[in-house]
Design a protein around this ligand. Structure first.
Ligand SMILES: O=P(O)(O)OC[C@H]1O[C@H](OP(=O)(O)OP(=O)(O)O)[C@H](O)[C@@H]1O
Ligand SMILES: NC(=O)CC[C@H](N)C(=O)O
Ligand SMILES: [Mg+2]
Length: 504
């Protein structure tokens, strides 16, 4: 996952972009970047690291101008080198910068087409550079010296015709404007909002509404699947549907884990969705285990808290924060490499023994993916003196790779792949393991049918990919190229940036 943002303001936007990247940091911890536009000049700063480490005062001073775009990265393609930090820049036509959240599933075909037919050079292995160049080519086809927003919309329509997979993007053309678009399935989230100032109205496009809230913008709407939103440099906003057959099918894993609970995605409160997940899970426990002997419900911070609290309330069992999270350690699931993930769980979480001693504890997590967290946490609960250790997951078992922007490329790395629920319980060392049913998860997110979202991408749970074009061969190649071992080998990939001037 990545976090993206674009702002057209009435005064310098560097601080607002930086602040919004801090708020979107949970979507990507590996690299961060900002490009601003001042007159007809673009200023870039990007590097590997957290937003707070990438941008020093000297960079902020250079990031002048009233419009810009920003990105925090969690890689799903290419290398982890800083050359693949975003935004990406292409010189022709007009100069375009783009920040992308998602993953293209036909990247290899596009790469070939860009080279052989569109005569374009790609300097990295990133699919986001591909997306930018496809857009650039489609815009160039308009053949104009001076473009208007309709040309941008036509180019986005061209992107939709050529690109497959998940993509939400924000982009900028110097002296012209900032725009955002979402793939025809709306797999990755994207919202836009406005803020009134004495100097006039400012607009912002961002991955999650929480970024708008904290910067003082109010939400206008989600970018619809296939839609593009264009904000001109002088603050005029235009929207247009650019896809032939848009079908909203957002990624359900955003609601399970990725998004912040204080965000609203496709008109659904993530917080409420997680509360309902807790309720559903409690109902399942009451149904299938009415004589349970759970003494206390303990969440695994952070993300599971919302569901765990509701689960405890519904069961009428005490809720206790038995694990304390080190506030200086980030999200372990999106860390690069199994070794660092494993080590970070122990650095991140520690048990308060007296909450466990001689008790039957129900540990609750939002999801079990590789099992890195749950395996260690169950052991920690035992070491803390728990009598029995039960485990509940607010999501069903994750059994299939994700191909739309979450870095779960290898089925063999998923603990529930090819295992029954009992086998997973044994593998994790739990006395009993309860998974959410997929139907219940969908109900919980869909507000029991009250939401306008009719379907979700649930591929990590059922192996059904909404774009309908994910073949076993594609999955095989993905697993071979991006399993943990293969990614470690990428580490040495070139750091060379052929880009805008990027001050160190
Ligand atoms: O089975 P695994 O492969 O361990 O993945 C699942 C775990 O990873 C995530 O936590 P993370 O530490 O990333 O973030 P959080 O603080 O938001 O819960 C998620 O909330 C689960 O706890
Ligand atoms: N997680 C994402 O959205 C990743 C974006 C892009 N595919 C990259 O690897 O940089
Ligand atoms: Mg967690």
């Amino acid at each position: 996952m990545c976090g993206i943002v674009g702002i057209v303001g009435k005064s310098p936007v560097n601080q607002a972009l930086y602040d919004s990247l801090l708020v979107l940091q949970h979507r990507g911890q590996d690299a961060a970047g900002i490009v601003t536009c001042q007159g007809d000049k673009l200023h870039l700063r990007k590097d590997n690291g957290l937003a707070r480490d990438v941008f020093r005062t000297r960079h902020m001073i250079q990031l002048g101008g009233n419009m810009g775009v920003g990105h925090v990265r969690y890689p799903t393609a290419g290398a982890a080198s800083s050359a693949e930090a975003q935004p990406f820049y292409v010189n022709s036509p007009y100069g375009i910068v783009l920040a992308h959240n998602g993953n293209l599933t036909n990247a290899e075909d596009l790469k070939r087409d860009l080279f052989v037919e569109d005569l374009r050079h790609l300097n990295t292995e990133s699919d986001s550079e591909i997306l930018l160049n496809v857009f650039a080519h489609e815009l160039q086809l308009q053949g104009k010296l001076r473009i208007d927003e309709q040309d941008v919309f036509r180019a986005v329509a061209g992107v939709h015709r050529r690109c497959r997979g998940g993509y939400a993007a924000v982009a900028m053309i110097p002296g012209f404007g900032v725009f955002g678009f979402r793939d025809p399935h709306g797999i990755r989230p994207l919202v836009y909002g406005r803020r009134e100032t004495d100097l006039g109205t400012e607009y912002m496009i961002a991955s999650e509404s929480v970024a708008l809230d904290t910067i003082g913008f109010s939400l206008i709407a989600d970018v619809a699947p296939g839609e593009a939103v264009f904000i001109s440099v002088d603050g005029q906003i235009h929207t247009r549907q650019c896809a032939a057959q848009p079908i909203l099918s957002p990624c359900i894993f955003e609601f399970v884990y990725f998004a912040r609970p204080d965000s609203i995605i496709d008109n659904i409160s993530v917080h409420k969705a997680r509360s309902r997940m807790g309720k559903k899970l409690a109902a399942k426990i009451k149904r299938e285990w009415s004589n349970h002997d759970i003494d206390v419900v303990i969440p695994i911070p952070d993300t599971s808290r919302t569901a765990a609290l509701q689960l405890a309330n519904q069961l009428g069992v005490p809720y206790s924060e038995g694990f304390i999270k080190n506030r200086y350690i980030g999200r372990t699931f999106i860390m690069p490499g199994q070794q660092v993930r494993k080590k970070s769980v122990r650095q991140k979480l520690n048990a308060i023994d007296l909450e466990f001693r001689k008790k039957n504890v129900l540990l609750v997590d939002d999801s079990i993916v590789r099992g890195t967290t749950s395996q260690q946490i169950i052991q920690m609960a035992r070491d803390a003196g728990a009598h029995r250790v039960y485990f509940a997951s607010a999501a069903p078992p994750v059994r299939f790779p994700n191909v739309y922007g979450i870095d779960m490329p290898a089925a063999s790395e998923l603990i529930a792949h090819g295992r029954t629920e009992d086998e997973v319980a044994r593998e994790l060392g739990a006395d009993r393991l309860i998974f959410q049913e997929l139907g219940d998860l969908i109900d919980a997110v869909q507000k029991k049918g009250k939401s306008h979202v009719d379907r979700f991408d649930t591929s990590v749970f059922d192996g059904l990919y909404v774009t309908g074009d994910v073949t076993p061969e594609y999955l095989q190649a993905l697993e071979a190229n991006r399993n943990d071992g293969a990614k470690t080998a990428y580490g040495s990939f070139s750091e060379n940036v052929i880009d805008l001037y990027n001050s160190a």
